[in-house]
Design a protein around this ligand. Structure first.
Ligand SMILES: Nc1ncnc2c1ncn2[C@@H]1O[C@H](COP(=O)(O)OP(=O)(O)OP(=O)(O)O)[C@@H](O)[C@H]1O
Ligand SMILES: [Mg+2]
Length: 451
């Protein structure tokens, strides 16, 4: 709008200045011509000659032409009104004194008018005045016309800008709205929401990243549900046994003390089992903590392996299983003794547990490049090819009937794997059903401390 006002003013000034210059040029031309119609003798105008002369100018100027002599007597009036009358117009009076006067007037009768008066000079003497009066109404009409068009165009422009802005804003905000809605759903716990991706702009990239995150979130959510379901199931099994045993005991009428002892001993075993599961679970939770600290100590792996084997010996002896340790190298590395002890116990314990009586477990310790290898090979029941990929999953047991008989919750290998990964090591398993299983634990040797 401010620009409109400015443009309107500029146009108006331009038009009026143009008109003014035009009129002045014409008035001067007329003034020069009229000198030809002056008698040499008395400096009077030859009115007849003047009339002839003015005909062409009358046609040119869409207004009124007045010519006054030096006494302000009108010698020519294109409207034939003031001929031979004395005119006391202030402009004429000023022009007789030699001034050029341009003025704009506004009257009820004629509307806006421009008056221009120039002196007629002859040999440096003012001998008369040319007075032009031209209506400015059509000039103002044109200005108004331009101004109206400007206003209409401004409104049209404004309307267009508004429409385009709304469309554009919609285009940008729509995907953001969709993203926000999906995110809000996710925040409410409804995982798995996806955003349709169109194009490759920043918002689409955000959508792709969000979809990835959403997929990951639903996976984590599923794992969490599975985990809770598994934990509940695992905890419920010993509890159910305990409940059964205690109910049976309660129903005994004056029973034999030996039966009480037997049932209580079974309950005790179930309590131990429950305790072990809870301990394992707590350990897994600990291992999953990002801020978990590992207490590295320089350790002879040979010594650690011997210590673990020692603790498993009673079970092995019970099953008449021979444990052989081959130590090819002496290896000293930085590790968290407690944790690696736990990891190796789980693995060697499995080897003894899943090997039939009279079997054999061979532990070999050697160095390969920058790694210490602890190889635990048994000639036990083995694991089938189909089951092998899952044995590190929490609560996974190859054959639940078999495992129930042997006890265990299916957490041992998950814990071992976590601990070994924390030490930047790897664990690999090779197995053949009915032939045996070999587990390789590979731990990096810190070159500075490796022997
Ligand atoms: N040396 C092995 N020989 C045969 N099967 C094995 C051996 N080690 C592990 N497995 C199989 O892999 C499964 C998972 O082992 P993992 O140690 O995680 O659980 P678990 O021994 O059943 O229970 P936990 O160790 O928690 O008491 C076992 O149930 C068993 O079927
Ligand atoms: Mg185990």
């Amino acid at each position: 709008m401010i620009i409109n006002i400015y443009v309107y003013r500029t146009i108006k000034e331009d038009y009026l200045r143009d008109k003014e210059m035009n009129l002045l040029t014409q008035a001067n031309m007329i003034a020069t011509r009229t000198t030809e119609a002056i008698y040499e003798s008395n400096h009077q105008f030859d009115q007849f000659a003047l009339k002839e002369m003015m005909q062409s100018f009358d046609a040119q100027i869409q207004g009124r032409i007045l010519i006054a002599d030096e006494n302000r007597i009108i010698v020519y009036d294109s409207f034939h009104e003031f001929n031979n009358k004395k005119l006391e117009h202030p402009n004429i009076i000023r022009s007789i004194k030699g001034e050029t006067v341009v003025r704009e007037y506004h009257s009820e009768q004629y509307g806006r008018t421009m008056y221009t008066s120039v002196p007629i000079t002859r040999q440096s003497h003012v001998v008369g005045v040319v007075f032009l009066s031209v209506s400015l109404e059509h000039v103002y009409d044109r200005i108004a016309n331009v101004s109206n068009r400007l206003i209409v165009m401004s409104f049209l422009g404004l309307g267009m800008i508004t429409v385009i802005s709304i469309l554009f804003a919609n285009l940008i905000t729509k995907p953001i709205k969709r993203l926000t809605e999906t995110m809000q759903k996710t925040a409410q716990g409804k995982f798995g929401g996806r955003i349709p991706i169109k194009g490759n702009d920043e918002i689409s990239q955000l959508g792709v990243a969000y979809n990835l995150m959403s997929t990951k979130l639903s996976q984590i959510d599923k794992q969490r549900r599975d985990f809770v379901a598994n934990v509940s199931h695992e905890l419920k099994t010993p509890l159910t046994s305990m409940k059964l045993l205690s109910e049976s005991l309660l129903m005994q009428e004056g029973g034999d003390i030996a039966i009480y002892r037997e049932f209580l001993s079974d309950i005790d075993t179930e309590i131990d089992r429950l305790n072990k599961i809870i301990e394992s679970l707590l350990m897994l939770v600990d291992l999953n903590e990002d801020k978990l600290t590992i207490e590295y100590e320089i350790t002879y792996v040979n010594y650690l392996v011997e210590k673990v084997t020692q603790s498993i010996k009673p079970l092995a002896e019970q099953k008449k299983i021979k444990i052989i340790i081959n130590q090819w190298h002496k290896i000293q590395i930085y590790l968290d003794q407690g944790k690696i002890h736990q990891a190796l116990t789980n693995i060697i314990y499995n080897a003894v547990k899943y090997t039939e009586d009279g079997g054999k477990v061979v532990i070999t310790l050697y160095r390969e490049g920058n790694r210490a290898i602890i190889k635990i090979a048994d000639n036990g029941i083995g694991i089938s090819e189909e089951e092998l990929p899952y044995i590190f999953e929490r609560f996974y047991r190859v054959d639940s009937a078999r495992s129930r008989k042997t006890g265990g919750s299916g957490l041992g290998l998950s814990i071992s794997e976590q601990i070994i990964h924390l030490h930047q090591g790897t664990i690999e398993v090779e197995s053949k059903e009915h032939k045996g299983t070999t587990v390789y634990v590979k731990l990096p040797i810190d070159l500075k401390t490796g022997l």
